[in-house]
Design a protein around this ligand. Sequence first.
Ligand SMILES: [Zn+2]
Length: 58
Amino acid sequence: MQECEHVFCPYCGQQQELSIDLSAGTQRFTTDCEVCCRPFDVDVDVRDGGISGSEVYG
Ligand SMILES: [Zn+2]
């Protein structure tokens, strides 16, 4: 099962839509900004089968 989460690029502030695999649980991964193409880390907390929060790290 997947859920969409919105985060903001720590460099340019552009909102990004991420598709999160909930079965993987709480996860941290690197993604590239669609606008400025810089990579940043995303932490997604998964609790009770849903996204409870997320944080970005530049
Ligand atoms: Zn960006």
